[in-house]
Design a protein around this ligand. Structure first.
Ligand SMILES: [Zn+2]
Length: 388
């Protein structure tokens, strides 16, 4: 079990987050079982649970009596306890969804916006968020999370070329998002948001160490380890699309030649004159190599193939990658297939982005430990100010 409590000084918001997450993943669940899952005392869990219940984030339900004695009370997420908006910005357009605390997509909207400028995008986002939140007037709005292609902060790679948001260099994303929506704002790379969405609502429910290969306009990936996304020193771990795989291959806007995403991405598919089937057959050898690289680097339980490409295309790619190369993953005792197609659905990125806002607001200090340079937020449950 990956969720463990802590007795460290910074532990309270962290403990609250993992208790809330345990309830979301395993509810209805009794206090004692939560304590066992997260390694905290029942007393600590009870204190946190009381707080979460008073705030309306969770519901306690008395079980039907089954014989003598008081039946136990179990806890579950209150789906209507709050809403967050997930935004997904791509070089093709903008998606937005209103998502409840259970991760259900209440409403979603799409706006065509090829390579939008920041002014155009934030104006559209402001209107989309107002539209979505207006449909749940009176509900508690927790915040907004935005996912967009990375990497961030690398002069010669960020916001350069057709697979990134060209022209977005130097844009203060968090401030602009907060100003456009009037909500506490967070942002994340799309691949990490998708991996998180899959972890919370898809295959990741049963797994804690897997690699999420994010097949989008570009190609990215995220190693989910112990239930969290491995980020690297600057938060950009996972830009697998820019691993050079073909010597003297196709030039890439990043300055290198033969980068993986020049062959394996929706952008590459768009440059191919032919059918999906022909394209998949063409790129299968490159994909097979990529799988061996990922497996030997990370030793994942499995590689989850997801993103914006259609499930049919991903299924076909997984099929044609067989037989896979030998690697540390070619074990006889493995339970899962080496490649699985994601089950988080088309909304994985939006749900992951919304979840970012929920955990960012409900346990801000926890978020800071893992994400450099995110601005300190108020603590909603402790009555702190939210800097919007
Ligand atoms: Zn490149």
């Amino acid at each position: 079990m990956a969720l463990r409590g802590t007795n460290q000084e910074f532990g309270r918001p962290y403990n609250r987050r993992i208790v809330l997450e345990s309830i979301r993943r395993f509810g209805p669940i009794a206090r004692g079982d939560i304590a066992q899952h997260v390694g905290l005392t029942v007393q600590t869990v009870s204190t946190i649970v009381r707080e979460l219940e008073e705030q309306g984030y969770i519901l306690s339900v008395r079980e039907e009596p089954k014989g003598r004695g008081q039946p136990p009370t179990t806890l579950r997420i209150n789906p209507e306890g709050g809403y967050a908006v997930g935004i997904h910005l791509t070089p093709l357009g903008i998606d937005a969804a209103l998502i409840n605390l259970s991760g259900d997509v209440i409403e979603s909207i799409h706006r065509e916006a090829p390579s939008p400028t920041p002014d155009l995008a934030f104006e559209a986002i402001g209107a989309m968020v107002a539209d979505l939140t207006g449909r749940r007037a009176g509900g508690r709005l927790i915040g907004v999370g935005m996912a967009l292609p990375g990497p961030f902060g690398v002069e010669s790679m960020s916001f350069v070329g057709p697979t990134t948001m060209a022209g977005w260099k130097g844009v203060p994303l968090r401030e602009r998002l907060a100003a456009a929506t009037g909500l506490p704002a967070f942002f994340e790379t799309d691949m990490a948001a998708a991996a998180m969405g899959e972890r919370l609502y898809g295959l990741g429910l049963q797994r804690s160490d897997y690699y999420y290969l994010y097949f989008s306009v570009g190609l990215g990936g995220a190693m989910v380890h112990d239930g969290g996304v491995l980020r690297g020193a600057w938060g950009n771990a996972g830009e697998i699309g820019h691993i050079p795989v073909v010597p003297d291959g196709e030039p890439c806007p990043c300055g290198n030649r033969g980068c993986l995403e020049r062959y394996l991405s929706l952008e590459a598919r768009g440059r191919w004159n032919g059918s999906d089937a022909e394209w998949v057959a063409e790129v299968a050898p490159v994909f097979r190599n990529a799988i061996a690289v990922i497996e030997n680097l990370f030793d994942p339980e499995t590689i989850v193939l997801g993103g914006l490409a259609s499930p049919q295309l991903l299924e076909r790619l997984a099929e044609l990658a067989e037989p896979l190369h030998n690697s540390v993953s070619a074990r006889k005792d493995r339970a899962a297939p080496r490649i699985l197609v994601a089950q988080g659905g088309q909304h994985a990125v939006l749900r992951g982005a919304a979840a970012l806002a929920v955990s960012g607001v409900l346990s801000p200090r926890f978020g800071q430990i893992f994400t450099a340079k995110r601005q300190r937020e108020g603590d909603l449950l402790n009555g702190g100010d939210i800097a919007a």
